[in-house]
Design a protein around this ligand. Structure first.
Ligand code: MRU
Length: 367
């Protein structure tokens, strides 16, 4: 999508075919910095430190991480080392494992001399595939928005979203945001309520920044505002992303998503989850079995921002000594999900619909 009118992706390879670059998302919205991901270690560190984040982008970065590893050493041992280094960087987004498995599948049968070129090619395909998937999600999501819009006297649509499932979380377009960008591009009157998404503020710092650059009307709201807005008819639908969907349709996403789903259910507001098929984990029968990442207390106790005189500073917002819990994700039970917007259409959040739409993924379970 666009930054200052110029098209850019969240991750890309320079024309030399081997230099991997990504937007440093830790610095947004105050600074736009492009990071050089020079080797496999740098890719792993970029994922761990959340220089890149969002399930599909984590997967694409890991794929490039393997490619960079193969450039340095394309032996079987190096392939195994790259896998092991990258797989431990973040536990919840299944796209990481999916991408690493894809890379291993593509590279293992090849002679080492052919691996580096093949690895960059496969990583590039994974990135391109992500964009195509998101465009399809956008088209299916657009139909959902159109139906809701048609019932409104003023045709104005208010979408609430949580965290950042936008183009920054993917290679381009985003999942939850793809239908929103497409609706906006058609000239529809779409407005987005952006949950700030404490503690890392992906909504306030990233989603709002994206939407601003694309000119989509939006309003940032404190995380606890959604229920109130829904009670007053100010939300027509919720669209969120996800880090992992269990085989039964339970959805794991950024902490706080579950509360939005409960509020949506109570107020009869449709609650949709947008996801690419690599986010489905058929090996996990239900959401309770999805590992939930717990992150540093610093993310809760400290906040980063720009001072009135332009300096970027980090300040403490919690009293010294207070213990902190920082669960990064929660699980929304399938019963609270109106529909799963996938690249193959809008599905019921249940085992039969998921398995029916993606039979090839259902059979090829990763051990
Ligand atoms: O911790 P993050 O910022 O990586 O979490 C991101 C999310 O929870 C997104 O909603 C999810 O990855 C879907 S991205 C299309």
């Amino acid at each position: 999508m666009k930054v200052d009118g110029r098209h850019i992706r969240s991750i890309w390879v320079e024309p030399d075919g081997v230099s991997v670059r990504a937007i440093d998302q830790r610095r947004l919205p105050h600074e736009f910095v492009v990071a050089d991901i020079a080797d496999c270690d740098a890719a792993a560190e970029a994922i761990r430190s959340m220089l890149v984040r969002g399930a599909p982008l984590i997967g694409a970065t890991a794929a490039y991480g393997v490619a960079l590893a193969m450039r340095a050493d394309s032996s079987d041992a190096a392939l195994a080392r790259a896998y092991d280094r990258l797989i431990v960087t973040r536990p919840t987004a299944i796209n990481l494992k999916w991408a690493l498995e894809e890379m291993r599948k593509a590279l293992s049968p090849l002679p080492p001399s052919a691996r580096a070129a093949a690895a960059f090619a496969r990583a590039g395909e994974i990135a391109e595939q992500d964009i195509e998937i998101n465009k399809s999600i956008g088209a299916h999501g657009l139909a959902v928005i159109e139906k809701i819009r048609a019932k409104k006297a003023n045709n104005r649509i208010n979408v609430l979203t949580h965290c950042n499932a936008g183009w920054l979380a993917t290679v381009d377009w985003g999942t939850a945001t793809a239908p929103i960008y497409m609706a906006h591009d058609r000239g529809w009157d779409v407005h987005v309520w952006v949950d700030e998404t404490r503690p890392r503020n992906q909504g306030a710092s990233l989603t709002a920044w994206e939407l601003s650059h694309h000119g989509v009307p939006h309003t940032v709201i404190p995380d606890n505002t959604g229920g109130h807005l829904m009670q007053h008819g100010m939300v027509d639908l919720v669209i969120v992303g996800t880090d992992r969907v269990a085989a039964n349709g339970d959805v794991c996403n950024k902490i706080g998503t579950y509360l939005k789903a409960l509020a949506a259910h109570d107020n009869e507001v449709p609650f949709y989850v947008a996801l690419p098929s690599p986010t489905i984990d058929f090996s996990v029968s239900d959401g309770k079995k999805i590992p939930i990442e717990q992150r540093d207390a610093d993310e809760v106790t400290m906040m980063r921002g720009r001072t009135a005189d332009g300096r970027i500073e980090t300040v403490r917002v919690v009293a010294e000594g207070s213990p902190v819990a920082n669960y990064a994700f929660d699980v929304t039970p399938a019963r609270l999900v109106t529909g799963l917007i996938t690249e193959r259409g809008v599905l019921a959040a249940d085992r039969a619909a998921l398995a029916g739409a993606f039979p090839e993924r259902n059979q090829k379970q990763v051990p």
